[in-house]
Structure formats: C-alpha cells, structure tokens
Design a protein. Sequence first.
Length: 65
Amino acid sequence: MASYLGMLAGIGIAPLVWGLWVLHPWAVLLGLFITVVGKLWQMDRMVWIYEDMKDQVPEYAAWLR
C-alpha cells in the first residue's frame, strides 16, 4: 500500500512540472494537489503501521524513550 501511495505522489510530479513549463496554473495546482495528498496519505499509513507495531516490536517501543 505504501509503495502505491508513493507512486501516486510521484505521478503528481508530471502535471506539476508540465504546468510550470508551460505556465498553466491549473496543471500546477492539480500536480501539487496529487503530490501532496499522496505523500500525506502515505505518511498517515506509516504512522498507523507504527501505532500497531510499537507494542509488538521492542525496537519501535524504544523510540519512545
């Protein structure tokens, strides 16, 4: 799941760069939106996984000390 969300964030780079190149504000906003939402969603999933694993893996629990 995390790799798919990372790819989603990467896909947003294409319209962002193209929009900057041709000075098309809607393409820039679309690319920026896709990139930011994809990355924020990926970070949310990583925190969710950490919260599930911190009680099971001693190394993760040590991060809280």
